[in-house]
Design a protein around this ligand. Sequence first.
Ligand SMILES: [Zn+2]
Length: 604
Amino acid sequence: MDSQNEKTGSLMTEKEMVWDLSQLVESTEVSAIQKQLDLMVAEAERIQREYHSKIGGLNAAGLKEFLILRDALTLRFEGVVKYCVLMYSANSTDDVAKQLNDSARRATTKMDQALAFADIELGRLLAADPSMVKDPGLSEYHHYLEKIVRKTPHMLSEIEESLTIIKDKNGVKAWELLQSDWLSTRTFEMTAKGEKKTLPYGQIIGFYQSPDRNLRKQSNQIVYEGLGKDDVMWASAIRAVCEDHVQMCELRKYPIPMAQSLIDNDVDLQIIDSLMRTIEKNVHLYQKYLRLKAKLMGLDKLANYDITAPLPEAPEKEYTWKDSRREVVDAYSGFDELIGSWADEMYERRHFDAEVRKGKASGAFCAGWLAGKSAYILQSFNGRMGDVYAQAHELGHAIHDYLMSRAQKPTNCEVGSCVAETGSIFGELLLTERLLSKAGSKEEKQAILSNVLDEFGMAAFQVSARVFFEQSMYDTIKQGQFLDGETVAKLWVAARDKIYGDSVEWLDVMKWEWTMKAHYYMANYRFYNYPYVYAQLFVFALYKLYREQGKSFVPKLKALLAAGSSMSPRELSKELGLDITDESFWEKGMRQAEEFINMLESTM
Ligand SMILES: [Zn+2]
């Protein structure tokens, strides 16, 4: 045990809870790492000198050579960059980590700048000769090139593109910044436990999940009442961002406001329409769950501040690091031996940083390490059920990396957001199955099921309200109406009610809920939302198929994950015999959710 060990609750942190990043580099000497970063920039600049303004003249064989060269550069220096960035995320107060992280970021920016010419020149080359996409010699890069072809018609001229960057800086990007700065600098007066306090936004929202219902209500009321007072500011920002988008769609020749996002997410309208129709047809299912949850909480009806609140009777079970490892690895092993052994290897090789420490990044993430055909995971483990779930979730991302890095070039490992959560959410469901089978009391079962269903409800249904809301803002602009604060609030309430019906009682001030959602204001990030709906329902459907088909389903999921971004979600699903343009596929996901809801009902 070393001096870093601290007692966290009743859990001792162990050496195996601190990751070993030395595997990422040949030498951990700071000077050696610095040298590698310099070399990375030099190599990128060498490729730039060799290929700049020459991609337009390449034939298929020449293009392949270039793409292979770029992939090789990624693999060669991936480890050293990860080493610096991960070291910093584990402890941002460490001076060496600070210095290395800064160097790595600067080197990466320089490398990206040196290679930025490639996609622009590639777009022009493929526009001039679209047949090259289908060249058999380039088969491994087929879908990557196809995506470039899909984007090219919407590019403006070089001068227009550079003007757009300038316009955005003091236009949509400034609105985005204003929204987040304004929100993070608001303070709110609240009386908790007889004590009056002034709390910043980031702190008062901590009460939303409090087991004390009154605190949940009070914090919601105070925050949204306060935010509603600035409606002129929020409306100006959201209106500018939306109207800018409408005008840019015209300039870039996008037929509908969602078009750019469809291209970015590698999907099409037929798929998303079918997905959203399935959601609309099943709102009663979600509402049924919300009514059951009200009963479990001893209420006639849930209020908005109860929707994701913890159940009052939920047992506070504590897991040690070893318990957690066993539960998660066994959950994966039950699905597939090889996947289980990879999950175990992540612990064995110390690719987890789970110790709670000051200066560590909050939340949890998984960073793939393609060159090492593995991954690294960061989380702060406190022994709660949520931590075990986070571990299963991040390990699902790691398994995705294990499979993808063995089958694909780095270019094909840029997985879009509709598919990126497949391994992770599937892993959570495997863990759910295991925990349910071992649950000792009905309260424990209820806690597990409501945890899964809360998450499903938020990602599939609550986010769908945001899809409807965003669409309705563009429809309103198209009709020539002005989006002032009250108008936007009305659109939000209408979209929300489409999902919740009368199953939830809303505080009046919740009409201002749209004001705080950063995504609505983020520059050039319209329709960020439906991929969450997609991912959630997609995995529930896959899990249902697994339950129906048993072991014969296992190779299908592995193939799906191993494909990385080498195929579009549509092609990929077709390969597995699934039709994601058909509502009956998405219905499968709903039937899985219904099964969980029925299980919950049977415990009552
Ligand atoms: Zn994730």
